[in-house]
Design a protein. Sequence first.
Length: 492
Amino acid sequence: MTTASALSPEIVAKYEPVIGLEVHVQLLTATKAFCGCANRYGSAPNTNVCPTCLGLPGALPVLNRQAVAFAVLAGQALHCQIRERSIFARKNYFYPDSPKGYQISQFDKPIAEHGFIDVPTVDGSIKRIGITRAHMEEDAGKSIHDGFPDSAIRTYVDLNRCGTPLIEIVSEPDIRTPDEAFEYLTRLREILLYAGVSDCNMEEGSLRCDANVSIMPRGSSTFGKKVEVKNVNSFRFIRAALEYEIERQIEVVESGGVIAQETRLWNASEGRTYSMRSKEQAHDYRYFPEPDLPPLVVSTAWQAEIAAKLPELPEPRRQRMIAAYDLTPQDAQTLTATREFADRFEVAAHSAKSPRRLANLLLSELGGRLKAANLDLAESPVSLDGLVLAADLLEENKLSSKQLKQLFDLCFQHGEDFPAVYEREKPQQITDSSALEALIDEVIAANPKQVEQYRAGKKTVAGFFVGQVMRASKGQANPGLLNELVARKLDG
Ligand code: ADP
Ligand code: ZN
Ligand code: MG
């Protein structure tokens, strides 16, 4: 087997990849989709089961109302149209982790369709990725192939996951690069987390992604045969699997072969995909309407009730926060990483004199210290209220940044919040102009070269003098007054 990386950039550039993603997301309901069993990860094997999710004869499904509400909410968050009347369908296949012999899913009448996600691209523009559909279905159990003394000859099965409510979100084949796929998944996860419909925990399998990829000659609009890559359990690996698969397909085509429509498995330790089976077709599943469930009706009134619970979504929230608090896009991105973090920041920002300064302090000064101490915000000695006081003192020039750093040192040493430390230490400030002027004169006399630069028009050199005097004053100079006096001396 030749290695895919042997391809020259010229050859790679001849082809355009086409990518579509299918994402399965477990919904955060208390119970399963069609029975009252707990929907919980990590229980002892085969303890959250009952006749319905075990598929015992005669047991009937009853649809979980909350699962429907979450599916609708997710659909709305993804700008989908919600179908008032959707149909559950049986998808028939045999697999040991699915004792019923079929999966309850939706087929031609899914609950949500025709949505999109806006994804930022490398050139800073926004690309809209279509969402074909988001349909409801149930999860299967888990086959356990290792970890038992007799694993070499037996496979065990844990049916706790059987019947867990899922939505499958299918994208249009609009994605063109592995980076775009990564970005799409990141945004999708963020939206679902904001909507609160799933914990999207990939390690626990509550978000899983299959990637479909084909190549076509650049400039063509006729898609090639697609390969579906399964078994990829992180967004980074999705990107790697797509990169690998694109190069593999180019190589096959370049050497005169044809791409077979198939399902391939990603092997993370080898960094490559392996052929698993030829791709099954829809008709292989003998889909038919689920006879044990009536059509699902979600009235427009219920849709409106659910829509009212939809929180502000990450991207619009970022745009609003950038405008409201004068934030950089980068800071807005970090502050909205989770809804909880954004909420906490905004509560604090409302009481701060300068939200932008508060954001700076939070992300750089406090964030850096928390990271170094390996603490999260909840464990921070400096509370957000404490941080507001610190930001206000800086804003009003009642504290220099050097003094602030010294006070933060004490907070972190003693595990005390900022207001208490500030009250006790009450750092001295030099607000006496003549004392400061004396210091400024000394620094000016000692640095004639910089004075020359300043007077030749390089006004930023003022910062150098402010820094020098601040240092000479042991951080005690009133920053506002100091700035003013330095400028006056240099100009005069
Ligand atoms: P299937 O019938 O095999 O499930 P679908 O048409 O339902 O195929 O598409 C499944 C996923 O594959 C979707 O995300 C879709 O965007 C993507 N897809 C469809 N055709 C292609 C293609 N030629 N190349 C890459 N992805 C594709
Ligand atoms: Zn059950
Ligand atoms: Mg399909």
